[in-house]
Design a protein around this ligand. Structure first.
Ligand code: ZN
Length: 1067
């Protein structure tokens, strides 16, 4: 079903035997270091800190004032392809260690031995468990007709018998919660100041008033901020609330993360940050996940929670038709199993909330009109009321019986959707319990209802406040199969995308909204991982050497922690989702950008120590850094060079092209051993036709290693200059280029072509867009057409917004008003074709290197739709692959989820999150689009893959944001396109066996055999002495037909005279 292959290496992730490497330093570790060196270092760090602080302050002012800085962020996004450091400022570039790094001229071992056992995992077929549900099958089953279900609009009528609870009473756990978004309509800090701190302060007081009261809390980002602001007395009060089980920390992540756009590194980062904070400050180990608001749910999150030691989880935003189906099957509580798990080791107990929302009207039972009357914040006279126009009543001795009957009826109906007689009812909403009054209203009125219920045994109900783990504890007890030591609950595999909350309102817009920041997220993520590794290695080395010499470990650690928290904060389901207000988006962007700058500092400081040959010469001077990050290298006059340190943060040796700006086209590049290496000087196009210069060269750096290269001026024998060809149909071009050879053919309609050792690409001479691609490994040619297309928004009342994608039908092909300028670059290091349209600058690039970087076509689109009205722009790849309605997208960069495009669903429902890749395939070929940022993707026709690049929407989509999406930036989207041939099934052979018919009755008793007969039975394992039979399948004589019930794998049995053929794999 799934076959993972070269894809995973293209963006530097892991394959088979390679383990992704991360280091996360513990707080204790660094505090220890701090106490060891309390002097010296601090002064230096303070100096550095104040410089940095000034920079940040200035940046913050600018950001608040205008959008110009955003353009800077954009530049750094576009230019941050590689971490490149200049050696200027180093007292002596001779003091650079070369020992640990291999000779860079040695060509890489391109064909590595791979044990076949290590690359067969993804090709395995997993059998479905007997009681298992695969969500893809559920989609097949459902009609998605959305009939009116009565009071439960999206469900069905629920009935029950009065006596159903006579033998086992209904156990109700009412779970008070307050959903605190770390940024949405207000920034994180503003929400904290206006709401969150009051909620938490009141919580301490109000839970202490009555030990029966309970509360749960999820967002550690807020909790940690509050903790820093309260005194020890209050902290102790919180600790006892936790110890008494009145306050439960659920999930314990830094935020409640988006599950579509978040990469699993970032998901782990925010969970780790939250859990480590809890361990240190509260001594709490969370038991249960609570995710009421992320817009669709991923099994990756279930897996991570399981691995983090949680036992249970809850999800809420699931397609209403799936909820209805699960409710009717009583499968709302299930074990969520990973698609790739052959057994049950990944099973996570999961509760899916059945109704429309997590607010009070949609949690007590099926009828929101009734449930709303039990949200006592909505009592008459308050700021909120019930839209169903029947207000709540305060509970009194007079009305308590009647109110209990009403509420119990809802509880019982809800309970009918579950397999046990234990019921969970959340009580809360966004930013609830801010005022003391609200605590009294909810807790006092419910206590009266519960007291009445519990003192009337004829009602057969036991109701109480509870935490979510109280509920799961009772559920586990009740669902325990008495005969076995396991819970009798179904097993579910798959994911819960794409979410729809009503009608055709599919939440596939947020897969793409604010793509600029989705890219920025990944840049911070890679910097963070790179910096953590480099810093950890440097620190360990320093500690081993016992010579700290003022290494800024405390300051670096502070910057790392801040970066983890900023990345963690951005995983929030309104942050990376692109569904916050404009000013909140700017707040997130500022945090991400600052941390990228800070992490560069951490990397520079760490690399400094690591790169030194003579560690005694180390001294840290923040005002004159040894290594610096430069955008442009100004090369000095002859005979002196500048050193570039290249860092490979991946866990594999890497051969890659690095590009830096230079002030001259006459450059040479040498390794640290003074061997010249191939380099190319190309033009940097300030616009389509005006240029300065950049230098690209091929580096090879070991896993987690640093490599040093030297750049120097060279009039002769230096880097080759790229050659240019310009095309523009029916238009004159005025070019302003020094140093480069430019050809400018007119009216040529022959396709333009570029190639490298692996691939050849042909593009249209009119548009510059790819039309054909050839794989040199087997000479096969494929039609792969790149196009751009526009989606509009529907003319009906509800329109596309930050969350929703509601297109006005199929996309319309992009046709530029004037013919674009096409620029073809040919060089020894890379070749590319760039087309400048009005809304997008599109580049196809081929690298002239061995290894994975050379095997894919790099695609870069710089998109600008700032002048548009209600439009979204998509890139579409149309291939000749016969993929039918199947395609595959990844989940969180962690695993692959098969998808099926369905005609019974609206167009927008067929879009899925592409966190890092999507692919389609047929029997011979697979086409993968790897993405450097999360975007929405679909395969609307066989052989077709499309990705939304940016969306500009002029209105709100009624999900609370109150804004359209109009803060578009010029956004750089990067991809790699990989075409792979399916390997001819290796070592497959036809095994043809003939059992001869002997007659031993004749005089010649010697049959001529040199072995004993076996009555036609052959043990397959004994067939070959040193080869193993990987698989064996009985087929017809000429392999055309499968044979029913062929021989078992262990033994083949043949009747006399028969000839049988088997398809076998020899390994
Ligand atoms: Zn939320």
């Amino acid at each position: 079903m799934m076959k993972l292959s070269r894809q995973f290496t293209v963006f530097g992730s892991a394959i088979f035997c390679v383990v992704v490497f991360s280091l996360y330093l513990m707080l204790d570790h660094l505090q220890l270091d701090h106490t060891k060196s309390p002097n010296g270092g601090d002064r230096l760090q303070n100096g550095q800190l104040s410089i940095l602080q000034d920079k940040i302050d200035r940046l913050e002012r600018l950001l608040a004032e205008n959008n110009e800085i955003i353009a800077n962020i954009r530049d750094s996004v576009i230019n941050l392809k590689e971490s490149v450091k200049d050696g200027r400022g180093g007292p002596d570039s001779g003091n650079m260690s070369q020992g640990p790094y291999p000779d860079l001229l040695v060509s890489p071992p391109l064909v590595l031995p791979i044990d076949s056992q290590d690359c067969q995992f993804a090709a395995r077929q997993f059998s479905k468990p007997a009681d298992g549900v695969q969500l893809l099958d559920v989609y097949d089953l459902l009609t998605f007709d959305n009939p009116d279900g009565g009071v439960w609009k999206q469900g069905f009528d629920i009935t029950y018998q009065e006596n159903e609870w006579d033998s086992e009473p209904l156990q109700v756990y009412l779970v008070p919660h307050s959903h605190n978004d770390p940024g949405w309509l207000k920034t994180f800090d503003d929400y904290y100041r206006d709401q969150t701190q009051h909620i938490l302060n009141n919580m301490v007081v109000k839970l202490n008033e009555d030990s029966r009261r309970k509360m749960i809390w999820s967002e550690i980002s807020y909790f940690a901020k509050w903790w820093d602001n309260i005194d020890n007395q209050k902290r102790d009060a919180v600790k006892s609330l936790v110890e008494r089980g009145q306050l439960e920390i659920t999930t314990g992540g830094w935020v409640m993360p988006d599950e579509a756009n978040s990469h699993y590194f970032a998901l782990i980062d925010q969970l780790l940050e939250g859990h480590q904070w809890l361990e240190k400050n509260l001594g709490v180990k969370p038991q249960t996940g609570w995710a009421v608001d992320p817009f669709g749910h991923s099994p990756t999150q279930a897996y991570l929670l399981k691995q983090a030691g949680l036992a249970n989880m809850l999800i809420q935003r699931v397609h209403y038709s799936i909820k209805k189906h699960f409710a009717s099957q009583k499968t709302l509580e299930f074990f969520w199993r990973q698609n790739w798990d052959p057994a049950s080791s990944t099973d996570m107990l999961c509760h899916m909330m059945p109704f429309y929302s997590y607010d009070v009207p949609h949690t007590c039972g099926p009828d929101p009109k009734v449930c709303c009357q039990f949200d006592f914040k909505r009592l008459p006279g308050g700021r909120v009321s019930c839209p169903w126009r029947i207000p709540p009543q305060p509970i009194t001795d007079v009305n308590v019986q009647q109110r209990v009957q009403m509420l119990l009826d809802q509880y019982r109906k809800k309970s009918k959707l579950f397999r046990t007689k234990v019921l969970m009812v959340p009580l809360g909403d966004d930013f609830r319990y801010t005022e003391a009054l609200e605590w009294d209203q909810q807790f006092q009125n419910y206590q009266k209802l519960f007291d009445y219920m519990n003192s009337h045994p004829e009602l057969h109900v036991k109701a109480q406040f509870g935490t979510i783990s109280d509920y799961f504890g009772a559920l586990r007890k009740s669902a325990m199969d008495p005969g076995h030591a396991s819970l009798s609950l179904p097993v579910v595999s798959g994911d819960f995308f794409t979410y729809a909350d009503r009608d055709d309102h599919y939440w596939s817009g947020y897969f793409t909204s604010r793509p600029f920041y989705k890219r920025l997220d990944r840049i911070l993520e890679s910097h963070l991982r790179g910096a953590e590794i480099l810093f950890s290695l440097a620190l360990a080395n320093i500690q081993r050497a016992g010579k700290p010499n003022g290494f800024p470990s405390v300051e670096s650690y502070r910057l790392l922690t801040e970066a983890r928290r900023n990345l963690g904060l951005f995983q929030h389901h309104d942050a990376i989702a692109g569904t916050g207000k404009e000013l909140v988006v700017i707040d997130y962007g500022t945090r991400l950008f600052h941390s990228i700058l800070n992490l560069k500092q951490v990397m520079v400081n760490s690399a400094h120590w690591l790169i030194l040959k003579d560690k005694n010469a180390y001294s840290h001077n923040p005002s004159k850094a040894f290594l610096q990050m430069f955008k442009t290298f100004v090369l000095p006059k002859c005979f002196s060079s500048r050193s570039v340190v290249i860092y490979n943060p991946t866990e594999q040796d890497r051969m890659s092209v690095v590009t830096v700006y230079v002030n001259t086209p006459h450059v040479r590049v040498d390794t640290s051993h003074s061997h010249p290496i191939p380099a190319q000087v190309s033009a940097v196009w300030d616009d389509a036709t005006t240029a300065s210069t950049e230098l690209s060269f091929v580096v090879q750096v070991p896993a987690l290693g640093l490599g040093v290269y030297h750049l120097s001026k060279a009039e002769e024998g230096g880097a080759e200059t790229a050659q240019y060809l310009f095309l523009r149909q029916g238009g004159e071009l005025s070019l302003s280029v020094k140093h480069f050879t430019v050809n400018n053919p007119q009216d040529d309609t022959t396709p333009v072509s570029i190639h490298n050792p692996h691939l050849q690409v042909w593009s249209s001479a009119t548009t510059g867009l790819m039309e054909r691609l050839k794989l040199k490994e087997d000479g096969s040619e494929h039609r792969i057409k790149v196009e751009f297309a526009w989606y509009g928004t529907t003319s009906s009342r509800d329109k596309s917004g930050a969350y929703l994608f509601l297109p006005d039908g199929e996309a319309k092909m992009y046709s530029p008003a004037q013919s674009p300028v096409i620029r073809v670059t040919k060089g020894s290091v890379f070749s590319e074709i760039t087309t400048t349209f009005d809304h997008v600058t599109h580049t196809l690039r081929l690298y002239n290197v061995q290894g994975v970087d050379g095997q894919a076509v790099e695609i870069c689109n710089s998109v600008d739709i700032r002048g548009e009205f209600n439009r979204e722009i998509a890139m579409r790849l149309t291939s000749d692959l016969d993929s039918k309605d199947r395609f595959f997208t990844d989940l969180n960069g962690f695993q692959i989820q098969p998808r099926r495009t369905m005609a019974k669903l609206p167009l927008q429902a067929n879009f899925y999150p592409m966190t890092s890749m999507a692919y389609l395939q047929d029997s011979g070929t697979r086409m993968t689009l790897l993405s450097a940022q999360s975007l929405g993707s679909a395969s609307l026709k066989s052989g077709q893959l499309e990705v939304i690049m940016d969306r500009r929407l002029n209105q709100d989509d009624n999900r609370g944001l109150g804004q359209g999406v109009l803060d578009n930036k010029v956004t750089s989207n990067s991809f790699r396109l990989l075409l792979e041939k399916r390997a001819k099934t290796d070592n497959e052979a036809a095994l043809i066996l003939h059992r001869k018919g002997f007659d031993c009755a004749l005089s010649n008793r010697n049959t001529g055999l040199l072995c004993a007969t076996t009555q036609g039975k052959i043990r397959t394992e004994k067939l070959f002495s040193n080869l193993r039979l990987g698989s064996i399948a009985a087929v017809s004589l000429t392999l055309m037909h499968q044979t029913e019930g062929g021989s078992s794998q262990e033994e083949i049995s043949l009747k006399p005279m028969e000839i049988s053929t088997f398809r076998v794999q020899l390994t």
